[in-house]
Write a protein that binds this ligand. Structure first.
Ligand code: XLS
Ligand code: NI
Ligand code: NI
Length: 486
């Protein structure tokens, strides 16, 4: 999008006189790749995409400053670890640096200062990468997530596309070295290009399967090169529009073949990160095979892939599949399969993947963080903000407000969840409810000492259990929870 007058007035970055900018010279002063106009050879930085915004500070819960953290204090130890280790926040490159506000009913609304349609696509790619690292540094976030195609443009053929990706990755690697930032995960975009209209790994065309495999191979290699900690598979087109033209079993078997090849290749190149599958029930397809956590784990078990993959649970996908995010986390965690969270929220009135920042629901944040604390954290996974601004939020400050709000909500949830676990009150309510399995016949059931015959004998010789069936105290349990939500 062309840099228009309105934004030049508001963000006069490109018109400012060059200035020395300390540490930013390191970040923004790299000129080695593609002749980016961002700086001179003397390391004078001309490009700053978020001028006037410094590093975001922690000011505590009484602060009235929306540009400060009220709950997130990166180094503060909560429940035995610094907050940043529990939370491991990541910025999603596609939403933050490629999101333009367009939707199926309207065109782009944002005119971000790094976009300049007069530049060649590779120069544009370099500018976005620089903007990403400036944003991460100012926000105090140490991880980022990307799709291959949102960081680098496609070339004339796959070979040129791979070269483009390598050049952008070279720049990202330089900037990473200076900042210590790493990818939380990388992924291949197998849903946007029309070649994937029938699916990628589940396409009825073998050539498309092969192309998708080549794309994932390359995306895994660059994720490894960048020191990425995980690699994600989201099957945006792995599903169907109608069963009238779909061979369900062939598609599912091919999906399993594809994932097995990916796991084999991971071992071959020595990528130590976790492979993650991100369930989503529908959108863009009517039915996606990785419907929810239970379906996905069942599929992995069926195909002997359970030890090679974990899940990346996205909250808005959880609600699209008619679950709560807490349910999806608890279910995955109970199977030892919770690897990462794409943190966002949906809108109950809208009913699609609105990918909103979860800013104002401390109850949900507390419940999610309780699952994470109970399993001892998410590492090497973390919380990726797979979330975008509303279409009408068009100022660059909004990118900061959104992420600050999202980070603070989870930090608040973390503080609450830590108290909740440390006091043990909620857990003891649950434990008490199942205490009949700790002794007597309950213990025998758990230990496999009895079968139907022994249980019938027990039932015939004991009073009907209805006589002392305890209350579930559901409302009391909610009151106890509410005592911990601050
Ligand atoms: C879309 C997905 C996508 C994945 C990465 O709904 O959430 O953004 O996280 O491909
Ligand atoms: Ni996601
Ligand atoms: Ni999503």
């Amino acid at each position: 999008m062309r840099y228009n007058q309105r934004h030049l007035t508001r963000w006069p970055t490109l018109k400012r006189a060059p200035q020395r900018c300390g540490w930013q010279v390191l970040i923004l002063g790299l000129c080695a790749h593609g002749g980016d106009p961002g700086c001179t050879e003397e390391g004078i930085c001309q490009l700053e995409f978020f001028p006037g915004i410094g590093e975001i500070q922690y000011e505590g819960p009484t602060s009235r400053n929306p540009m400060a953290f009220r709950y997130y204090n990166a180094s503060e130890v909560v429940h035995g670890k610094p907050m940043k280790e529990w939370l491991r926040f990541s910025v999603a490159f596609w939403h933050t640096f490629r999101g333009d506000g367009s939707d199926p009913f309207g065109s782009a609304t944002k005119a971000w200062p790094w976009e300049d349609a007069s530049l060649d696509p590779m120069e544009m790619a370099f500018r976005r990468i620089r903007a990403n690292f400036e944003f991460l540094r100012k926000l105090g976030v140490e991880y980022w997530c990307f799709h291959d195609r949102d960081i680098a443009p496609e070339g004339r053929d796959l070979a040129e596309t791979n070269e483009n990706l390598d050049k952008v990755v070279d720049l990202a690697l330089d900037l990473q070295k200076q900042t210590g930032v790493r990818p939380l995960w990388g992924t291949a975009q197998l849903f946007k290009h029309p070649r994937y209209m029938h699916g990628a790994a589940t396409s009825p065309q073998a050539g498309v399967f092969a192309y998708a495999a080549a794309q994932v191979k390359k995306a895994m290699e660059v994720t490894l090169r960048l020191g990425g900690l995980n690699y994600v598979f989201w099957g945006g087109r792995e599903g169907y529009h109608t069963l009238r033209n779909t061979h369900l079993k062939t598609e599912l078997d091919n999906l399993a073949r594809f994932l097995r090849m990916a796991a084999d290749y991971k071992r071959k190149i020595g990528f130590k990160g976790t492979l993650l599958i991100e369930p989503k029930p529908q959108e863009p397809t009517k039915h996606q095979y990785d419907w929810d956590a239970a379906t996905t784990i069942g599929f992995l078990r069926e195909h002997g892939l359970k030890n090679d993959f974990k899940l990346n649970i996205e909250c808005n996908h959880a609600t699209l599949s008619q679950h709560s995010c807490e349910h999806e986390l608890q279910f995955s965690s109970s199977q030892g399969m919770l690897g990462n969270i794409d943190i966002n929220t949906g809108d109950p009135q809208t009913g699609w993947d609105t990918d909103q920042f979860q800013i104002s629901d401390p109850v949900e944040a507390t419940l999610l963080m309780a699952v994470v604390l109970r399993q001892g954290g998410l590492a090497p996974g973390g919380f990726n903000f797979d979330a975008k601004l509303r279409r009408e939020s068009t100022a660059v400050e909004d990118l900061f407000y959104a992420h600050i709000g999202g980070m603070d909500a989870l930090a608040r949830g973390l503080r609450n969840a830590a108290r909740l676990l440390e006091q043990g009150e909620v857990d003891s309510v649950i434990q008490a409810r199942y205490s009949s399995f700790d002794e007597g016949i309950g213990k025998d059931i758990v230990n496999g000492k009895v079968g139907f015959k022994e249980l019938e004998k027990y039932a015939l010789s004991h009073p009907d259990p209805i006589e002392d069936l305890p209350s579930a105290h559901a409302e009391k349990a909610e009151i106890v929870l509410s005592m911990y939500v601050q």
